[in-house]
Design a protein around this ligand. Structure first.
Ligand code: GRG
Length: 305
């Protein structure tokens, strides 16, 4: 089985687990569950769950214990995209090739669908209701309460007003202004990097990594988060709209400062390559079980959607 096939199988597992955690679309009040499901199953790449699985896999074969936390992170990610697309924020009509949540369900329902996903993320990691869910079995059996609380707090901090929400508000405030590279790096570290870092750190915690291993992986995560955003900025300029399922060139329209607008596409590509090499070097000490994480790192840095 080649590495890509193992990715597909893990993504299918995430989809089945998400399906089991989310209330069915027929559950009252149907419209909110329909809207939550619409965005969760709209074709996301599931990069964050894979990052978490492969990081737990550096330390143990029992990576399935990471399934609930990986799903929780994907729910938080999906909520952030629904809210980011709203008229009050980026006002986007398409995401992943499909009409955005508010275009299908209206603004109020889209806001509530995001809220529902964010709160479900924390419910499924802590609620008795999920103890008997087949996808949670390993998590509730094998993970100590101390580690479980640590994971919940990592996710909350990453999503919160010092993490992703800080990045979003700073990003909105910076629209129409030219920010310097230091400020841009801070925005991106919070807006995009916080959830990427949470994927890696939660994966390491669930694998019972030692403090030094967690520190080393946090360095890797920070480089990966920066790289993720540089590639996103490059794709906005050079990407294929059909592959990406959304309009390109929007950073310019919205007068957003990006690495590409500040330094040009060539310099952005050099930065991407440097970040990629440094990210791989940060994984060096995990060589033995690190193949999947290294391949996913390559995919993230050189993806075309
Ligand atoms: C609204 C609280 C709040 C936060 C929004 C996510 C975000 C913060 C803003 C989105 C802006 C953006 C497009 C940032 C680039 C990084 C990013 C999150 C890209 C989308 O992630 P992918 O490529 O998406 O993993 P898929 O669709 O594959 O799940």
């Amino acid at each position: 089985m080649d590495i890509k096939q193992t990715w597909v199988e893990k993504i299918k597992l995430v989809d089945r687990a998400l399906d089991s955690f989310l209330p069915k679309a027929e559950v009252y009040p149907q419209i909110i569950h329909e809207a939550m499901r619409y965005s969760v199953f709209a074709g996301g790449k599931r990069i964050r769950p894979l990052l978490m699985f492969f990081t737990t896999g550096l330390f143990t074969d029992q990576w399935q214990r990471a399934v609930p936390a990986a799903c929780a992170l994907e729910l938080i990610h999906t909520y952030s995209l629904i809210h980011d697309d709203l008229p009050a924020m980026d006002d986007d009509d398409y995401r992943r090739g499909k009409p955005t949540s508010h275009r299908v369900f209206g603004e109020a329902t889209a806001i509530l669908a995001g809220d529902g996903l964010l709160t479900l993320a924390f419910a499924l990691l802590s609620g008795k209701k999920y103890y008997n869910n087949a996808f949670s079995e390993a998590y509730f059996k094998e993970v100590s309460p101390e580690i479980s609380l640590h994971v919940i707090s990592e996710l909350a901090e990453a999503a919160g007003s010092l993490g992703m929400i800080a990045g979003q508000i700073l990003d909105l405030e910076a629209e129409g202004k030219t920010v310097d590279m230091e400020m841009l790096d801070d925005i991106n570290t919070r807006k995009t990097g916080a959830l990427i870092t949470a994927a890696i750190r939660c994966g390491a915690l669930l694998g019972e990594a030692q403090a030094e291993e967690l520190r080393q992986l946090s360095i890797y995560a920070s480089l990966l988060g920066k790289g993720f955003q540089v590639v996103d900025d490059l794709l906005d300029v050079e990407g294929d709209e059909n592959k990406m399922g959304k309009l390109t060139g929007m950073d310019k329209v919205r007068q957003k400062s990006t690495v590409v607008s500040l330094c040009g596409a060539d310099a952005a590509k050099k930065l991407r390559d440097n970040l990629y090499n440094n990210a791989l070097a940060a994984l060096d000490s995990f060589k033995e079980n690190g193949d999947e994480l290294s391949s996913l790192t390559r995919f993230i840095f050189y993806r075309d959607y």
